[in-house]
Design a protein around this ligand. Structure first.
Ligand SMILES: NC(=O)c1ccc[n+]([C@@H]2O[C@H](COP(=O)([O-])OP(=O)(O)OC[C@H]3O[C@@H](n4cnc5c(N)ncnc54)[C@H](OP(=O)(O)O)[C@@H]3O)[C@@H](O)[C@H]2O)c1
Length: 288
């Protein structure tokens, strides 16, 4: 059975990715800084995905291992033998106040949101066998959004230079030579509207209305990105919207199946933008 690693697996997104992977029958390496703390978390907290994974024989398929993205050697055993990696670590937890203070005290955006991505990509390349590295980034990281209010807030108050370092982390991955997918959520929530329509866009444009991304949707898309050929070398923004009035969203699994269809790989997206096409992908819900 294939094994996937999730880095930052004690965080919101990381933990939800682990749940989705287990639910889909994969073996999972949950890479965390403090395995004892993570074991308690996994045992005692309700799932964030809404999936029932307590019914499957999880302990045989879930390994909780120590790994710190600032320490490349700690990543060797953690990533060994993995077919893909989801990187969901950050120096700044936005949704959990406790994580926010813990990471703020111990790490910096440069170390985790940039250098950590580079370290994981380097180790994955060295070990071989990693067919996709999926990076969870954020909307508005692109430097052209410098004065966008949400970006300004994150870049100053959530962590000094956080968005600049996240952009550098993205760039490091794009130039790593590894096949990758970069998924940019907006504000991550535990719950969205009961019926959700996934919306994907490319180009990191500034939006005229508030978006959020439900963590269960984000995790489902990150897991799909590990294997979907259409997700190779693609950067996308992902939102969980309510379906249009009177409309009905199709089930999440069906939406996820087509979520990368028609998206442009990064080189092509950049070329499209240069030709004044506004970047590929443009937008459009998938539930229609
Ligand atoms: N939350 C939002 O609203 C939001 C919005 C847009 C984008 N994003 C992005 O989405 C991604 C996931 O966010 P999240 O809210 O799910 O994060 P989170 O809950 O704060 O989890 C982040 C995890 O990163 C881990 N971490 C920190 N430093 C590390 C290190 N040196 N080595 C290994 N792991 C380390 C933390 O480990 P410990 O458990 O050991 O502290 C924590 O579990 C991030 O890139 C974030 O910037 C979040």
């Amino acid at each position: 059975m294939v094994t996937y690693a999730v880095v930052g697996a004690a965080g919101w997104t990381g933990r939800t990715c682990v749940e989705v992977l287990l639910h889909q029958g994969y073996n999972v390496r949950a890479v965390v800084r403090d395995p004892d703390r993570a074991r308690v978390l996994y045992r005692t907290q309700p799932t964030l995905s809404g999936l029932s994974i307590r019914d499957v024989p999880v302990p045989e398929r879930l390994q909780i291992v120590r790994g710190d993205v600032r320490d490349p050697e700690s990543l060797r055993a953690a990533l060994q033998g993995c077919a893909g990696v989801i990187y969901a670590a950050t120096s700044s937890g936005w949704t959990q106040l406790s994580a926010f203070w813990r990471t703020m005290r111990t790490t910096s955006p440069r170390e985790v949101d940039f250098q950590g991505v580079q370290n994981v990509a380097d180790m994955a390349r060295q070990l071989g066998g990693v067919e996709r590295l999926v990076l969870v980034s954020a909307c508005y990281v692109t430097p052209t959004n410098r004065w966008q209010p949400a970006r300004l807030f994150c870049n100053t108050l959530l962590g000094w230079g956080l968005m600049d370092w996240k952009w550098k982390g993205e760039e490091a991955l794009r130039h790593s030579g590894l096949p990758y997918t970069i998924v940019r959520p907006d504000f991550i929530t535990a719950r969205g509207p009961r019926q959700r329509q996934l919306t994907v866009q490319q180009g990191d444009a500034s939006f005229d209305r508030f978006h959020s991304t439900c963590v269960a949707d984000l995790a489902a898309v990150c897991v799909a990105a590990l294997t979907d050929p259409a997700a190779a070398n693609v950067t996308l923004e992902l939102f969980s919207d309510a379906p249009p009035r009177g409309g009905k969203a199709v089930p999440l699994e069906e939406q996820v199946q087509g979520v990368f269809r028609g998206l442009a790989p990064d080189g092509a997206a950049a070329a499209g933008a240069r030709q004044g096409q506004g970047g590929a992908g443009g937008g459009g819900g998938l539930a229609g």
